[in-house]
Design a protein around this ligand. Sequence first.
Ligand code: HEC
Length: 178
Amino acid sequence: MNSRHFLIVAFCCIATAMTARAANPENGKMLFQGRCASCHNVMKKLTGPALAGVEDRHPEAWIISFVKSSQAMVKAGDAAALEVFNKNNQVVMPDHPDLSDDQIRDILAYIKETAANAPKEDDAPFSRPGQKQPNLMPLSVYNFPFMIAYLVLIVVIVILLIFLVNIKSYEQHIQKDD
Ligand code: HEC
């Protein structure tokens, strides 16, 4: 290999490295919400199955070709595609031939990220005392800001009462003098 060949090979390697891109879940989220969310939720079954863990159920290449045209695969007799199709009452998933492989990878990255961040199944929908702070703090003497405000209020009311009683007796005093 002379140096010219070497340069060409090196250039090709760099060019491929630059075009190979990391999947972008942010972009995937936008695509998912615009194109898939009407039938799919990551965690729940809607018209289509829940998509969490779909990467473990099928190879990536299978998913890409299924998203582009699931019916083409069903008609070609792909066993996995037929199984999913029959399991979902033979509801036809529309083709998305305009999505690129990379866009579908972005969607998959978003699905993976969402599934990983989703609450676990045994997470109660309400907060657990001791684990999460409840929205309303129960009233206790250890709630110092509240207690101080409360005491100040009581002192102010007492002073006000004393003041009013004094005025009243002062009035009576004056009336007696008349
Ligand atoms: C009109 C409803 C609809 C839309 C929109 C839709 N799907 Fe589906 N999808 C389905 C149905 C229904 C199935 C079940 C398979 C079947 O019936 O062919 C399915 C199955 C799938 C599967 C196989 C799941 C599994 O568990 O094996 C994947 C992956 C999938 N969809 C991805 C997508 C993606 C990505 C999008 C958006 C680009 C999308 N779908 C948009 C209805 C839809």
